[in-house]
Design a protein around this ligand. Structure first.
Ligand code: GLU
Length: 343
């Protein structure tokens, strides 16, 4: 169960817009203050360099759909994007190949199993299942059209940079640390190859996937990247159309069902937003049409989700009325259609 601890926080309905900028600043500051002293969870160490993170780091950023920024705490500390890259590489692949191809070649259903599961591939006749688990993410990266590995990498880095609205750099230390220890991802790529489900050489596919996971971001970046998906594919800060509105929609629906791995159902039940987390401690949670929350705090729960980050997202979802499922009845003055919803 996701720990949310929202006793006493009234549920604001998702009907209508978001509050004014000052109120959003206050709520983000409050989300940070409320959980800054919560010292639970473990910092990931299966990628050795990640264990060096400071467990007290905590940043909360919200970018609204008009590009307004509301931040508190360590929002400019850089960390590796890790699995959160899967959401944005999926968007690039979906944009390039289309809705049908992604649906047919990779799949869009949750595995119900861990993010790096080999069993999930075996149980599903070699299908990578969805782009948010490692097998599906490696298969998705391999699908990006390019003449060679360098061009494919440029495409990923440039695409994710446009989502962030600034050039994102590779963290070489993270890339090397993960390259020496990513045996399981190499095994997954070989397994996909054995089922003829990988479009390029498995060594190249895993190398590219490892690079995309090693891109360096901040909580502030995650909020802008998410807000681009919340804003029909247009970066609300730079005005750059990064992907189409259809691709943004498809990405968010996939995140809703698969973004938090095998705990996606619990996340949706508690927080009600499409989201993606990464093992370095980042989370991005997206409220379509409203904006996105980016959080960073390294200690993780047993499923690999940042403990402070999930609490801050839960708080903001409730207090700002972001939960997609929290509606309120229309009042008579809201009934604008000729038939009138209330008539
Ligand atoms: N690069 C990491 C891996 O493949 C990403 C995992 C994650 O962030 O969940 O293991």
């Amino acid at each position: 169960m996701f720990e949310t601890d929202l006793t006493g926080v009234p549920q604001t309905s998702a009907t209508g817009g978001v509050p004014d900028a000052e109120r959003m600043d206050d709520l983000v500051a409050h989300a940070h203050a409320r959980y800054a002293d919560l010292d639970e969870g473990e910092v990931a160490d299966y990628i050795p360099i990640l264990a060096e993170a400071d467990r007290s780091w905590f940043g909360v950023a919200l970018t609204d759909a008009r590009g307004g920024s509301h931040v508190a705490g360590d929002v400019d500390v850089a960390f590796s994007i890790q699995s959160i890259s899967k959401a944005f590489v999926f968007a690039l692949a979906c944009e390039a190949l289309g809705h049908e191809a992604i649906h047919d070649v990779v799949g869009v259903n949750n595995t119900g199993l861990a993010f790096n599961s080999v069993v999930a591939v075996e149980l599903n006749d070699g299908s990578p299942m969805n782009s948010m688990v490692n097998a599906g993410a490696i298969a998705t990266t391999a699908l990006l059209p390019a003449a060679h590995a360098d061009e494919r990498w440029q495409r990923i880095r440039d695409g994710l940079s446009r989502f962030a609205g600034r050039p994102l750099a590779l963290d070489g230390e993270v890339y090397r640390s993960e390259s020496f220890t990513n045996h399981r991802n190499q095994a997954l790529a070989r397994l996909l190859q054995s089922y003829d489900r990988l479009a390029i050489d498995p060594v190249e596919a895993v190398d590219l996937y490892t690079r995309q996971c090693s891109l360096s971001v901040t909580a502030r970046d995650l909020a802008v990247m998410g807000a681009t998906l919340a804003h029909g594919g247009v970066n609300p800060v730079t005005g750059d159309r990064v992907v189409s509105a259809d691709t943004a929609r498809d990405t968010l629906s996939l995140l809703a069902s698969c973004g938090m791995y095998e705990r996606s159902g619990e996340w949706l039940f508690e927080i009600g937003l499409p989201a993606k987390s990464g093992v370095a401690g980042g989370i991005v949670a997206i409220a379509p049409g409203k904006g996105a929350v980016g959080t960073f705090s390294p200690p993780l729960d047993p499923a690999g989700n940042s403990v402070r980050g999930q609490r801050a997202c839960a708080y903001l979802s409730r207090a700002l009325g972001l939960n997609l499922f929290a509606s309120a009845p229309l009042t008579s003055s809201d009934a604008a259609s000729p038939e009138g919803v209330l008539s």
